[in-house]
Write a protein that binds this ligand. Structure first.
Ligand code: HEC
Length: 202
């Protein structure tokens, strides 16, 4: 009798478990396909052809932060900051699948000074040790893949959104001499320095 009274509740529990499992597998499938269909953020332009400052780059895929402080470059580095690099997530997914940067890929390099140096090499002491620590933001460099629009600069357009804060809201494309030439000569994968970004290095 005790068993009989306890049995019925098991059925709803089991049914519930089966339903939950089914729901989970149904939930799983659309999530995967939905990911593939997530809208990409593509470059936006002003009427004069300037690139508009990409939106929400801080929420993109973070690739890494090469650092070339003044203190290690004779007091005047060409790029005296952390270079916090992000890639637009939809383009990242395509790159991971195909090994190629799709048209419309945006790479965003936010510049960030080191915190006030205490030693000649530019380093300072913090509770974690002596080193280089992120300080004031200092503008941004951006590259956009578009092999038609930017054919003259190797298929990528290069833009500087101010060296210093605040960032410009739009920026004109730069020349081979200013930007693209060095990337063409020295970068690894389609003008991008993938050797510094573990997520992109193949
Ligand atoms: C003298 C060579 C050189 C010049 C000139 C140069 N870059 Fe770069 N750029 C690099 C190197 C090296 C990296 C990766 C390591 C780093 O940031 O220190 C890089 C990284 C980048 C990245 C991150 C994605 C990537 O390709 O690795 C962007 C975006 C970028 N540069 C934009 C620009 C823009 C915009 C200009 C011109 C205003 C410019 N660069 C000029 C050498 C150069």
């Amino acid at each position: 009798m005790t068993i009989r009274t306890k049995r019925p509740p098991l059925l709803p529990v089991l049914t519930g478990l089966v339903a939950a499992a089914a729901a989970l597998s149904l939930w799983g499938a659309p999530t995967v396909s939905a990911q593939g269909q997530t809208a990409r953020y593509l470059p936006e332009y002003a009427a004069n052809g300037d690139l508009l400052l990409p939106k929400n780059f801080n929420e993109w895929i973070y690739l890494g932060s090469p650092l070339t402080p003044d203190g290690l470059n004779g007091g005047a580095a060409g790029f005296p900051e952390f270079h916090n690099v992000y890639i637009e997530p939809g383009s990242y997914r395509i790159y991971k699948e195909t090994g190629a940067f799709p048209e419309g890929t945006i790479l965003f390099k936010e510049l960030q000074r080191v915190m006030a140096p205490e030693y000649p090499d530019g380093s300072r002491d913090e509770p974690s040790g002596r080193g280089f620590f992120p300080g004031a933001l200092n503008g941004a460099d951006v590259s956009v893949k578009d092999s038609v629009r930017y054919a003259e600069t190797g298929g990528w357009g290069f833009f500087n959104f101010n060296h210093g804060e605040p960032k410009l809201t739009q920026a004109p494309v730069r020349s081979n001499a200013e930007c693209a030439g060095c990337h063409t000569a020295n970068a690894d994968t389609d003008m991008v320095f993938t050797r510094f970004y573990r997520l992109l290095d193949r």
